[in-house]
Design a binder for this molecule. Structure first.
Ligand code: PMP
Length: 422
């Protein structure tokens, strides 16, 4: 039994799917301690949009450390925070005409979700939240209460407090007027559902199986929230920071949420950081009303500032378009054509191969295990983990992207043939 099995909690998970001891990584290649090479299609679950140890960002981080600059500063003003806020305004908020206050939250995504829920309740004096079936927002109690996966919530009390799950335009609901349904619930005095403080949504349900919300649906959602004076919160933790193409994933619908939660790749280097963007008129916090020791990690500010610059200099948004086109073609032509039960969904550089029509969870699991044997890290998401998720760094070289996709194709072919002959 190794030290991990001996000492680490049973809760550990990714390490079970990818059984190696990882040691080094560069760009989109990860190396195990024993020297194996893996192409990374997981990218820290979206925390490594700029690849592992991106040189441009790394250099800034190293010089910051070497200068004995502030490593921890609570929420005091620091030069690192000043530079980050200035760069974020200059390169992201101002050109997009977005006026938000920035709240730095505890280190991880779920902390920003909690802050958003709390602020929405405070601002509106209402307690209810509408979330969507299939949603994923994190694992602390508030975030868990708005996460759709009932298996991970079962037996944990306090997770259903005043939360109503509404249908997301997916599967059976895809052809239903889901916004019309929400509207009728709000208008029906006998619906049994009170008007919520906020509706929280993902523009692409990532953990939910790579389900991309239609533009018109998002626009109708914004309009519904306006008419009913409900706050609209966009959880852009996984698909923000350029994952879908533009910096924010809601930009494609030309809507402006009242609050936005960001984390994962905002620090550029895989450092923990999460933040909540708040329309200024909603920023009704009293000083210190939502506090915490680790709010705004200084290295994350440095990494995040460099990442925003790198995005500009390397024209990353254009690069994503090229790779999106490749992924779309490859998956539709080379993968979907293998069997009509295979469904492909995605946008930008987040794509899913949905194998739910084969039943059970086995096939997707077999394929991702086979991929790992062949040197590719890819995880499974969606209902019963039947969707293979393709989430490479945005900076991945096209040749590496192709190589990784060919591994998936080979693994899929192998496993389907096995299942036919079994
Ligand atoms: N929201 C979304 C959309 C996510 O994908 C995640 C993480 N997978 C979270 C919230 C929670 O973030 P964290 O794991 O950093 O708490």
């Amino acid at each position: 039994m190794n030290i991990f099995e001996q000492r680490e909690s049973n809760v550990r998970s990714y390490c079970r799917s990818f059984p190696a001891i990882f040691h080094r990584a560069k760009g989109s290649i990860v190396y195990s301690q024993s020297g194996e090479e893996y192409i990374d299609f997981l990218a820290g679950a979206g925390a490594l949009n700029y690849g592992h140890n991106n040189d441009y960002i790394k250099e800034r981080v190293i010089s910051y450390l070497e200068a004995d600059a502030i490593a921890h500063g609570l929420d005091m003003h620091t030069s690192a925070k000043e530079k980050f806020l200035a760069k974020f305004s200059e390169l992201i908020l101002n050109p997009k005409n977005l006026d938000y206050h920035v709240q730095f939250c505890g280190p991880t995504g779920t902390n920003a979700v909690e802050a958003a829920l709390k602020l929405a309740r405070k601002v509106t004096n209402r307690t209810g939240i509408f979330s969507f079936m299939g949603a994923y927002h994190g694992m602390t109690l508030g975030s868990l209460s708005i996460t759709g996966n009932t298996a991970i919530r079962s037996g944990i009390s306090g997770t259903s407090n005043n939360v109503t799950f509404m249908p997301y335009p997916y599967g059976f609901m895809e052809n239903l007027d889901t916004i019309g349904f929400i509207e009728s619930v709000l208008n029906d005095v006998n619906s049994g559902v009170e008007k919520p403080a906020a509706i929280i949504f993902e523009t692409v349900q990532a953990e939910g199986g790579i389900v991309v919300a239609p533009i018109e649906w998002m626009q109708k959602l914004r309009d519904l929230c306006d008419r009913h004076e409900i706050l609209l919160i966009c959880d852009d933790i996984q698909v923000g920071c350029g994952r879908s193409g533009p910096f924010f994933s809601f930009e494609r619908a030309k809507i402006v949420p009242d609050m936005v939660v960001l984390s994962k790749s905002i620090s550029g280097y895989g450092f923990p950081m999460s933040l909540l963007l708040i329309k200024p008129e909603l920023d009704l916090w009293e000083p210190g009303e939502h506090t915490g020791t680790f709010r705004g990690n200084q290295l994350a500010f440095v990494g995040g500032t460099a990442a925003l610059e790198y995005r500009e200099i390397s024209n990353l948004e254009e690069e994503v378009k090229v790779k999106e086109a490749f992924l779309k073609d490859f998956l539709n032509q080379e993968i979907a054509s293998i069997n009509e039960k295979i469904k492909i969904r995605g946008i930008g550089m987040i794509w899913g191969i949905d194998l739910a029509n084969f039943g059970g969870t086995n096939l997707a699991k077999q394929i991702t295990s086979r991929c790992f044997e062949m040197g590719l890290i890819a995880e499974r998401v969606g209902r019963n983990d039947t969707v293979i998720k393709i989430l490479p760094a945005l900076t991945i070289e096209l040749s590496t992207l192709k190589k990784g996709c060919l591994i998936i194709k080979q693994a899929l072919d192998d496993c389907l043939q096995q299942s036919v002959s079994a």
